[in-house]
Design a protein around this ligand. Structure first.
Ligand SMILES: Nc1nc2c(ncn2[C@@H]2O[C@H](COP(=O)(O)OP(=O)(O)OP(=O)(O)O)[C@@H](O)[C@H]2O)c(=O)[nH]1
Ligand SMILES: [Mg+2]
Length: 313
């Protein structure tokens, strides 16, 4: 029988929810708070977005008590982007404020709702420094990186989200779950060229290059695209989980993946079972099942298989 060690004193688990503007971070925090609360977890949501004026969840810690984007823009005559960077650096200079606030919720599971400025994740250091600080305070975190799923319907945009996802993973330095958000809207701006698992598993990107070459505009950029794709494949780090926040099954898939990434499933918390422990131990995961489930629900059937599609080119 598997015996489970008690949590080290003061250990807290959570998710740092990041991603481009409008990708669904705040909505995800709200949905995940509700979902996890129903499962019996005590959840504290921390709003770290100083521009968040509409907070749909029950907020435990709010950066607005420390600094707001409007104040910074007014007082320092900065634009919204520079203002946001200033706010994050201000937070960094006031980590003691954050520590004091978080201390009050030490027995909770944390969701950090972050701002939607891409450079904060791809190359700026304040989020990375905050994560390092939280780790020192005994937080065990996973990054949940949301990107709009409709980018899958355009091969060039998909390559671009693969690049930003990889850069984010390398910069933030946390166990990382990439999510294709708003699955219910995936085909709103066009049809998928391949089955959904092709986009979620990110395995053989040469088909994507062939598909892209069929567009006369991108024909001239084939070499550039093939080099970008080579970098993604060489790292072999990027893959995605599909998510519709309204769908309990898809929330469950994400929750399991995150629990595995931040180590929550190894604790003594709810639903701890030998089966769950074994499934993690042997590396069995639910990613493919999640993609198949989402394919059935949200993607219209494709007339041709991936091979047939590539043969046409
Ligand atoms: N249909 C659908 N809409 C969603 C989903 N998730 C989020 N949205 C919508 O997408 C819009 C943006 O969502 P937010 O949660 O504010 O996105 P955000 O990433 O927090 O945005 P910023 O904080 O501005 O970067 C809102 O209108 C949401 O209602 C989803 O799963 N399905
Ligand atoms: Mg938000």
């Amino acid at each position: 029988m598997v015996s489970v060690e008690p949590r080290a004193p003061g250990l807290a688990f959570g998710q740092v929810v990041i991603g481009p503007p409008g990708s669904g971070k705040t909505t995800y925090c709200s949905g995940m708070q509700e979902f996890l609360s129903k499962m019996g977890r005590k959840v504290a949501v921390v709003n770290l977005d100083p521009a968040n004026d509409r907070i749909p969840y029950q907020c435990s810690v709010d950066i607005a008590e420390l600094v707001t984007l409007d104040d910074v823009m007014d007082n320092l005559k900065l634009g919204p982007n520079g203002g946001l960077i200033y706010c994050m650096e201000y937070l960094e200079a006031n980590f003691d404020w954050l520590q004091e606030k978080l201390e009050q919720y030490k027995d909770h599971y944390f969701l950090f709702d972050c701002p939607g400025q891409v450079e904060l994740y791809t190359h700026h250091s304040s989020v990375k420094n905050m994560v390092a600080q939280l780790t020192k305070w005994n937080f065990r975190l996973a990054a949940v990186h949301l990107v709009d799923s409709h980018y899958c319907t355009d091969a060039s945009k998909f390559i671009s989200i693969l690049c930003t996802s990889l850069a984010t993973m390398l910069n933030v330095e946390l166990p990382h779950i990439n999510i294709l958000s708003k699955m219910d809207l995936i085909e709103q701006f066009g049809k998928l060229a391949f089955n959904l698992d092709y986009y979620t598993e990110v395995l053989d990107l040469s088909y994507l290059l062939d598909h892209l070459a069929s567009d006369p505009f991108f024909k001239n950029f084939r070499q550039l695209n093939s080099k970008l794709v080579e970098v993604i494949e060489d790292y072999g780090l990027v893959s995605f989980l599909p998510l519709n926040v309204q769908d309990k099954e898809s929330m469950k898939h994400v929750m399991r993946a995150v629990d595995k990434a931040n180590g929550y499933c190894f604790g003594k918390e709810e639903q701890q079972s030998l089966e769950a422990m074994m499934s993690v131990a042997v590396g069995g995961d639910f990613q493919f099942a999640a993609a198949m489930d989402a394919q059935e629900k949200y993607v219209s059937p494709i007339g041709k298989s991936v091979k047939e599609e590539a043969m046409d080119l």
